[in-house]
Structures are given as C-alpha cells and as structure tokens.
Ligand binder design. Structure first.
Ligand code: URA
Length: 206
C-alpha cells in the first residue's frame, strides 16, 4: 500500500473549508468538488498513454490518448461528493457503486448495494472520502478485486493512521491518494481533527 498526501496549497485551503463546522452544505459540496480535481490529477499522474497522430492546422504532430479503460467506483454515500468531478475529468470512465453502511456501534461495514461495470484490465479509482477504520474501503476494494479489478487507486479526502494500517494489511497493492492525513480516531471511530460525517456535511443530514 502506498499513501500519497497532497501538499498543494490549494488542497490545504480546501481541506480547511471542509473542516470548518460553519461551512454549509452548498459550500461544502463545492469545496469537495474542487478538491476532487486535485485528487484526480495526482491519482491519474501515471495513466498509460498511447501515441496517435493529430492534424494541427499547420502539420501532423504526435498526439496521445489514454490507453486503459477507466472505472470510478463511488463508495456510497460520501463518495458521491467526488464523483461529478471524476467523470468530468475522465469522461470515458465507467461508474460503479458500492453501498456500505457503517454500524455506528462497531464501525464494521454492512453492505447494502453493489453494482460494478467490467473491471478486467481497467484502471480503477475507488472514491472513499473518509478513510477511518478502513472497513468500508477494504470492503469496496475486496468487491472490486472479486470482480476482476487489479489496478486500484483510492481517492480520500481525509485518512487516519488506523485506516491506512488496515489497508496495508488487507490490500497491500492498493495506492491511496489523500488530501490530508489526520491524527487518529476518536472513541466513536470519527477522524480527529477530521471534518465530521462527510455524508451529513455533503447532504445536510444528521
Ligand atoms: N466517516 C466520516 O464521514 N467521518 C469520519 O470521521 C469517519 C468516517
């Protein structure tokens, strides 16, 4: 498992907006969308390319196109906060969903929905904004692997050491790109300092 944490000043600025308890859902969603751009740019930095000729108005030049099928898998429901940006930037991507609900007492994942596109040979981006215990992301990566996905990168807004350790144990081959890496989990398995419940912050629920 590799963990890359964004160092870009814009990432820090946007993470601060997301952390701020006074940020309302509309501004929260906007900040999450903008932050997703930085996450996608980092996560896709090594996408394979193949050459193709392109006719400019003046001559023929060497051009490129992305040479792998792309898949985004949103872990419901917080992953939806990143999905629009991912499909804007990677318009050819197919989209899957993994619905995992966190048991509030044990923080173990309970699956309620999975729908995945063809994953064979694809570059897969799993969107799981909050890597807390790692239970949901590990479960989502397990589903992806069972369905034939091999090349997996997880996009996280906030990660915690506990979740990173779990991923290193369960999925040593998965790359993680996180906007920030926080201190630890609290007794209720929330990330400290974190940003609260990402789904609630995105959608205005409690
Ligand atoms: N999920 C969240 O939305 N927030 C946390 O802090 C941990 C898990």
């Amino acid at each position: 498992m590799s963990l890359t944490v964004l160092e870009h000043p814009l990432a820090r600025h946007l993470v601060t907006l997301l952390r701020d308890r006074s940020t309302e859902p509309e501004a929260f969603r906007e900040a999450a969308r903008r932050l997703a751009t930085l996450l996608v740019l980092e996560a896709s930095i090594d996408l394979p390319l193949e050459e193709r000729p392109v006719e400019t108005p003046l001559e023929t030049a060497v051009g490129h196109r992305i040479a792998a099928p792309l898949v985004a898998v949103a872990v419901l429901r917080a992953g939806l906060g990143l999905l629009d940006t991912v499909v804007d930037l990677l318009p050819g991507a197919r989209v899957g969903y993994v619905g995992v609900q966190r048991d509030e007492e044990t923080a173990t994942p309970r699956e309620y929905y999975t729908k995945l596109p063809e994953l064979e040979g694809a570059r897969v981006f799993v969107l799981e904004p909050m890597l807390a215990t790692g239970g949901s992301l590990s479960w989502a990566c397990h589903q992806v692997r069972e369905a034939g996905g091999r090349d997996v990168t997880a996009l996280c807004v906030v990660s915690a050491p506990e979740g990173a350790a779990r991923m290193a144990r369960d999925h040593p081959d998965v790359r993680i790109v996180s906007a920030t890496h926080d201190r630890k989990l609290d007794a209720n398995f929330y990330i400290l300092p974190g940003l609260g419940d990402m789904g609630d912050r995105l959608f205005g629920t409690r």
